[in-house]
Design a protein around this ligand. Structure first.
Ligand code: AMP
Length: 112
């Protein structure tokens, strides 16, 4: 039993709309989408953020990006943004590493 939301989604204890998965990562739709395509790709292992993931399983960071790119291609989009909110001040609210995959509308810069 864990109180980590994304560990519980990875295990299937909490339902999600999965769009892709591999031995190392799971991709599912964000429950509060900020773009027509808004998917989260998360490692199966529990680490707090992408920096910790890079230390623990560097190959899985590559896999997050490869799966993100595949999800975008499967959706028929070409342009996309990957976001790793890291730390509270940067907007991270779930402390299990994840990348936001956003596509399907013009995205402004700089982010807020
Ligand atoms: P962050 O603020 O970068 O930590 O992102 C956490 C994301 O998780 C937010 O975009 C939330 O909308 C999303 N989220 C929270 N609960 C769920 C859930 N049960 N299923 C899918 N996405 C979720």
């Amino acid at each position: 039993m864990t109180d980590c939301l994304f560990c519980r989604i990875v295990s299937g204890e909490i339902p999600s709309e999965r769009v892709a998965e591999t031995d190392a990562v799971v991709a599912f739709r964000d429950v509060d989408p900020k773009a027509p395509l808004h998917v989260l790709v998360v490692p199966r292992i529990h680490v707090a953020d992408v920096g910790e993931l890079a230390d623990a399983e560097p190959a899985t960071v590559t896999e997050l990006v490869q799966v993100a790119r595949q999800v975008v291609a499967d959706s028929g989009q070409e342009s996309y943004r990957l976001v790793f909110n890291t730390g509270e001040e940067a907007g991270q609210t779930v402390f299990h590493a994840h990348v936001h995959v956003l596509a399907g509308r013009p995205l402004s810069w700089p982010p807020g």
